[in-house]
Design a protein around this ligand. Structure first.
Ligand SMILES: [Zn+2]
Length: 115
């Protein structure tokens, strides 16, 4: 496990803030799902990707909800990678993902070549 060798702390901060904004926005977007307490999206539970899987498996009625849940899960996974130091490394080839790509898609898991 090695950290991204090219990202500056400033770039990482920008990406982190973008992800946090996305997570907050998607959390609000999905707040209506709180109506079902078995899938409660409180601020503690929202940190667990497994909770997102549970939501997906419930066969949500709205396609737009499913998209938002997927986006939220991707953003949460990216934040997890930031915490464990593997953020920005391609999940396919292991090479650092260029900042320009991360800037456009902070939740990107792979480099452009690996898709
Ligand atoms: Zn790659």
């Amino acid at each position: 496990m090695s950290a991204h060798p090219e990202l500056t702390p400033e770039q990482l901060l920008v990406l982190r803030e973008t992800l946090d904004d996305d997570i907050a926005r998607l959390g609000r977007r999905l707040a209506h799902l709180k109506a079902d307490d078995s899938v409660a999206l409180d601020q503690q539970a929202i940190g667990r990707v497994s909770r997102m899987d549970a939501l997906m498996n419930q066969g949500l009625a709205q396609a737009s909800d499913q998209r938002a849940v997927r986006d939220l899960a991707a953003a949460l996974e990216a934040r997890d990678r930031m915490d464990d130091g593997t953020y920005g490394l391609c999940g396919g080839c292991g090479q650092p993902i260029p900042f320009a790509r991360l800037d456009a898609m902070p939740e990107a898991r792979n480099c452009a070549r690996c898709g």
